[in-house]
Ligand binder design. Structure first.
Ligand code: ZN
Ligand code: ZN
Length: 578
């Protein structure tokens, strides 16, 4: 392919030359940074010596040149280590920090991103371009150089949900523009250099966590006792500020302009920048990654003061919109109105989803109730296993799947089968051996129950909801959703909900705020088997914000949503700021 386009090698050669120049420049700047930092440190120490040892003047001592040489050596060594480490692990750190993963071609939204990126790759003349998805409901995008030095663009689920196709093209064009201009290479390297310290802080904090016997918490609160962590945080903070001042905000405007050359649609780019700016673009603790993003992740807090401007990586949004609007025959206000109009149209065209039994005939309701009762009976009949506890009492009865999911269960533990009236070590029972064998092979513990609704035992069906593949019970409307897909469902809002569902969600919201109401609003959950692996589902709060209980299987990484639960979650998420 490259042979048919004679200008390609030249373009690549240019890009590579640019990258080498950027590398060299950053290396020198980093060296200067460390030289100044260590120099100041030495000066402070020497001043201290002078104060405490009157009469000595370390600055004029013959050793002073030695000190200076030492500082230069140390600064050089730290620069080399920091630089090499950044090149080696920077991209991995950035991607894992964002929990980014490759798009799934089976997902409608992801597929359109893959296609748009492909088109952009061809029209820009890039040989390779990777794509990543950031599982966040916020609206943003970025470009970076991957571990193997391939350029990549990443978008959030929120952006995929919000952007129309022309806007997605504009975003891809903006990111590809950054790549071809060399910005992406520069930003990736800068972020990687600071990531070195973030990594260090992380590992120091993990160590203190471990020492103090804490469980590893996902929250990254600063302020552990390790003094080294403070020093590392401080250096990382200084490095960010230092490099941020060097990054010209004009790069962002230039990328906007080049994106228009590539995509030829300034209005679409303006619309999506505005959408991202007003949507919450916060992406967790990613302060070191700010220069990489389409709009700064803290766009809601940014002040447009002159002092603030100095440390901002991005130009003011009004300026960007103004320049883009200037390329069309529209005003900034017209572009903003268009975004609002689009949103209103989407709102009006949404199909309304009803609560589970809303509008059902009496017969249907009865039939479902019947099914549930039968299934419940079957389940109770299968509860023939008991397990001997430490104190000698028997716990149970359990189904086979529930038995092997008990935390106390081990192949050597004593169990008894109430139906056959036999007691013995677990491994002595062929049923248990069979179940463990299947479990070890990642197969359902009880093949007869596999892919059946745990509530009414109807065969589950494959279905799509908000562009995500799920399994649904055609009778009772319970659903199996992969945990990794929940953010997609929350970001995408293809449907509206009936008044009854909204009322129900309102009750949930009240209960979330008022612990006294929880017992009456949140449903009691009986033990149920996972419809995929057959082990017992655990009942856990959905997450820290939405603490109502749901059924989870950590083995299969899925949630079993009872009827209406998923919709209630979607409504709660939609009204979170109200
Ligand atoms: Zn069902
Ligand atoms: Zn499971």
């Amino acid at each position: 392919m490259a042979k048919n386009q004679p200008n390609l090698p030249a373009f690549y050669w240019q890009l590579q030359k640019k990258q080498k120049r950027i590398s060299a420049l950053l290396f020198i700047l980093l060296f200067i940074f460390y030289l100044v930092a260590f120099g100041l440190l030495l000066a402070v120490i020497l001043l201290g010596v002078q104060v405490f040892l009157p009469g000595s003047n370390p600055f004029s001592s013959p050793h002073f040149y030695l000190y200076a040489a030492g500082i230069i050596l140390i600064a050089a060594a730290v620069t080399v280590i920091n630089f090499l480490q950044a090149k080696k692990t920077g991209a991995s750190y950035i991607l894992s920090n964002l929990r980014a993963y490759p798009p799934d071609p089976d997902d409608r939204y992801h597929l359109s991103f893959i296609n748009v990126a492909d088109e952009m790759k061809i029209s820009s003349g890039l040989l390779r371009l990777k794509t990543y998805i950031i599982p966040s409901v916020n609206v943003n995008s970025l470009s970076l150089f991957d571990r193997d030095n391939t350029p990549a663009i990443a978008v959030t689920e929120g952006l995929l949900a919000e952007a129309s196709r022309d806007e997605l093209q504009a975003v891809a064009a903006h990111e590809v523009a950054h790549i071809t201009k060399g910005d992406t290479f520069l930003f990736t390297l800068i972020c990687s250099l600071t990531a070195f310290y973030e990594n260090l802080i992380d590992s120091l904090e993990k160590e203190t966590d471990y020492q103090q016997g804490y469980q590893l918490s996902r929250s990254r609160q600063r302020g552990t006792s390790a003094p080294l962590a403070y020093v590392a945080s401080f250096i990382s903070f200084l490095l960010i500020k230092f490099f941020t001042m060097l990054i010209s905000q004009n790069r962002e405007l230039l990328a906007d302009a080049t994106a228009v050359e590539l995509g030829r649609d300034p209005a679409a780019l303006a619309r999506i920048i505005y959408k991202a700016w007003i949507a919450n673009s916060y992406l967790g603790d990613t302060s070191i990654l700010t220069p990489l993003f389409l709009v700064p992740p803290n766009s809601k807090e940014i002040t447009e003061s002159t002092w603030g401007q100095l440390f901002n990586t991005h130009p003011p949004v009004e300026k960007r919109l103004g320049l883009l609007a200037g390329m069309t025959h529209q005003s900034v206000e017209e572009i903003k109105n268009e975004v609002r109009h689009q949103e209103k149209l989407r709102e009006e065209s949404r199909q309304v989803i009803k609560a589970s039994s809303e509008g059902d005939s009496l017969e249907r309701e009865k039939a479902i109730l019947n099914l549930k009762e039968q299934a419940e009976n079957e389940l109770r009949k299968a509860e023939v296993w008991e397990i001997k506890q430490v104190g000698g009492q028997w716990a149970g009865p359990f189904t086979l799947g529930a038995l092997v999911s008990q935390p106390a269960f081990s192949p050597a533990i004593r169990v008894r089968n109430l139906k056959e009236n036999i007691e013995g070590r677990a491994l002595e029972f062929p049923q248990i051996r069979f179940a463990l064998y299947r479990q070890g092979k990642n197969q359902p513990v009880d093949p007869a129950l596999a892919n059946c609704c745990p509530v009414c035992q109807t065969q589950l069906q494959e279905s799509f909801y908000e562009g995500v593949q799920i399994r649904i019970c055609p009778a009772c409307a319970g659903r199996v959703v992969r945990i990794e897909d929940i953010e997609k469902i929350l970001a995408r809002q293809e449907y509206d909900f009936s008044e009854r569902l909204k009322e129900k969600a309102g009750l949930y919201k009240e209960a979330l705020l008022d612990p006294g109401k929880r017992a009456s609003v949140f449903p009691k959950k009986k033990p149920l088997p996972c419809p995929i692996c057959g082990l017992q589902l655990v009942v856990k709060p959905f997450n820290y914000y939405y603490i109502f209980p749901v059924y989870k299987c950590y083995q299969c990484q899925v949630i079993w949503f009872e009827p209406d639960e998923l919709e209630i979650l979607q409504i709660l998420f939609k009204i979170r700021d109200e």
